[in-house]
Write a protein that binds this ligand. Structure first.
Ligand SMILES: Cc1cc2nc3c(=O)[nH]c(=O)nc-3n(C[C@H](O)[C@H](O)[C@H](O)COP(=O)(O)OP(=O)(O)OC[C@H]3O[C@@H](n4cnc5c(N)ncnc54)[C@H](O)[C@@H]3O)c2cc1C
Length: 282
């Protein structure tokens, strides 16, 4: 059976918030806490729940949110002249604290880009908006273990998944980040989870280290090969894979698992969060 790809809330609307505080976590990661009474319109789902994040362009004093919450909001946005149009990018709700009307969003900084620049210049009181995208981490009940893989853009989602996971979770987790100073200590995970942090060699395209690390794993507890498959599965039993990050990592890992390890396509959820050399639309 094919896995569902996304679970969205029954109703959702544009939510306008403001920055409450920011905190630099490591050289690459900075956290921005957004807050406001309109957060009562967000249904926290946990795990990898994503949002469209709206924030002003440099020089804009106000945030102009789309008025529509249906499928036409992007067209509405694109009709605005750039001088009045906000930036829109995708981010993960790293943590929601409904009791204090707060959500945390962790930005992986990567140079001079709209989202990274905004996260660095955000100050308490600055406006920002969100629109719920729902969640994509939807493991089947009979998966015996999980493979979770991501680059820095997916670290917030995977850390949230591990925090929200049941104590029984068994998982191999591969997280690629720019340097060893980005290996995160603030990680809470069930006992059966093994986290492999990987520092990228600066020469390498993002995602390659994670892909190579998974490729290099010899199977735990399996003997021989299955049919024409070159490598056995990483572990025995039905697996669920969730991979996100640079699109080459997502598609490359899926190809490796399917072609080389015989993993059914239906047990893999893969998401290109961004594309090397390409800006997000909006
Ligand atoms: C559902 C979802 C959830 C996401 N959650 C998060 C999250 O919680 N935290 C997070 O940091 N990102 C997250 N991302 C990824 C984020 O949306 C992209 O990285 C986005 O491109 C950032 O916008 P930007 O303005 O910085 O760069 P853009 O204007 O989109 O791109 C400018 C340049 O930067 C490059 N670039 C973009 N992202 C990266 C990167 N991560 N590393 C190196 N170069 C990059 C592009 O290739 C391009 O050349 C998520 C994406 C999705 C789809």
């Amino acid at each position: 059976m094919l896995l569902p790809k996304v679970r969205t809330p029954e109703s959702r609307r544009m939510i306008t918030l403001e920055v409450r505080r920011t905190e630099r976590l490591t050289p690459t990661f900075t956290n921005v806490t957004l807050a406001g009474p309109e957060l009562k319109h967000l249904t926290p789902m946990g795990f990898d729940q994503g949002v469209r994040l709206f924030f002003p362009r440099e020089g804009q004093r106000e945030l102009r949110m789309p008025s529509r919450s249906n499928g036409t909001w992007m067209a509405e946005l694109l009709l605005l002249p750039k001088s009045r149009r906000p930036w829109v990018r995708n981010f993960t709700v790293r943590r929601a604290r409904p009791e204090s009307d707060e959500v945390d969003i962790e930005f992986a900084l990567h140079g001079d880009t709209p989202a990274a620049d905004w996260a660095l210049r955000a100050r308490p009181g600055d406006p920002a908006g969100i629109y719920d995208l729902g969640m994509t981490y939807l493991p089947p009940a009979d998966a015996e273990w999980q493979l979770l893989v991501g680059d820095e853009s997916a670290v917030p989602a995977i850390l949230a998944i591990l925090e929200d996971a049941p104590a029984s979770l068994v998982a191999e987790v591969f997280l690629e980040v720019p340097g060893t100073a980005d290996f995160r200590a603030d990680i809470t995970a069930p006992e059966g989870v093994r986290v492999h942090w990987l520092a990228r060699d600066g020469e390498n395209r993002p995602g390659r280290a994670a892909l190579e690390a998974v490729r290099a794993v010899r199977a735990v507890g399996t003997v021989g090969t299955v049919g024409t498959v070159k490598e056995p599965p990483l572990r025995p039993g039905r697996s669920y894979t969730w991979v996100a990050g640079e699109s080459g990592l997502a598609t490359g890992l899926r190809r490796h698992l399917v072609n080389d390890r015989g993993v059914p396509k239906s047990d893999i959820a893969f998401f290109g969060y961004w594309r090397h050399g390409h800006s997000s639309p909006g």
